[in-house]
Design a protein around this ligand. Sequence first.
Ligand code: NAD
Ligand code: MG
Length: 403
Amino acid sequence: MKNITILGATGSIGGSTLDVISRYPDRFRVFALTAHRQIQCLEELCRQWQPRYAVVSNEEDAIQLRQNLSDIPTEILSGKDALCDVASDAEVDMVMAAIVGAAGLLPTLSAAKSGKTILLANKETLVMAGTPFMKTVRENGACVLPVDSEHNAIFQSLPETVRQVMAKGDFYDSGSLKYGIQSLILTASGGPFLNTPLETFPQITPQMAIKHPNWQMGRKISVDSATMMNKGLEVIEACHLFNVDANMIEVIIHPQSVIHSMVRYADGSVLAQLGTPDMRTPIAFCLGVPERLNSGVTPLDFFSLNHLSFVQPDLKRFPCLQLAFDAIQMGGNATCVLNAANEIAVAAFLENHIRFDQIAQVVSETLSKNSSQADSDTIESLIDVDQTSRQYAQRLIKSFQAA
Ligand code: NAD
Ligand code: MG
């Protein structure tokens, strides 16, 4: 029996995780569920799963939830320290890191410090603080299993020996990318605006941007997919997860999202992982490895596929992808700045404060004014960088609105 904490249980990944777990009541016990403010949804989940703990962000919400759930034994906690506590509790085996954005960093780090198996969906942790985070994983015998579908596909397409060392958490010392691996190929859907006329980009609304052609996801990552910042974040994520330089990563647009990513080998082989686009597949893989669990995903029907196509990304259409490459090139704290500016810009776009095409503008200017090449290798210094970059981006957005 494995005890699991699900950080971000009320979200898209959280829901898919509980769906897979519900198929295996003899294997997994839900230890803790967390949510930001969706207390009604969390209340229902608590009734269904009766976890030991539930965590919300605010104490007022916790008080309400305690009243509503007084008939079940779940203990209701609130605040950031409580998130870290339920991620590091001695009874916990696995932590699903599925909070969206920078808010996921400290609880995920707390799981790493206590040597947990981390099912990592929160890519922002690696974009903000990949170097110190992976160091913490290594030093504490933790293990990171990639939930992001592309990284999971690459993980599945790596040699089994590499997967085994990686699953034990010491992948990063193993030099495993010597196994004839030439490159990691990240596929991207291109999002809903792959063929939209560029001159209409300023008219794109939040409703249009969150309607992804292939995947059902939270709002923030849906907008990131529409700008292709998501792929930029994923390149950074892959560099840290697989211990490679960005020049070993190829990005290919594959609008059907059937091939979830690939590994190119020296002998000319390319290994790919395919499937119906449904996050329950990578989640089930991480929950079961080395076994394959039943995920409930509709089997891939080859005869209903018209064709699979591949397109080179257009960096003019998707300036956010270019900005992510720029941030990698800059080094230092630049990817942390990139992430902070992007979170603020996406939130402002979703609130109709800025236009779709201004997201890249906010990120670009914040990046050029706030990044420094000096190595920021402590979590504390990166959290400072995150805060100052957010403030800068906020001021920029105000100046756009005033203009
Ligand atoms: P979501 O918006 O659906 O859910 C986010 C969860 O985080 C919710 O439970 C919410 O309550 C919680 N949360 C939000 N802000 C918080 C805060 N300040 N403090 C504490 N908790 C907070 O998001 P999602 O689509 O499930 O994505 C979660 C993460 O997984 C993101 O990092 C995303 O990039 C990554 N991811 C998602 C998908 C997908 O298909 N949805 C795929 C790959 C990676
Ligand atoms: Mg992905």
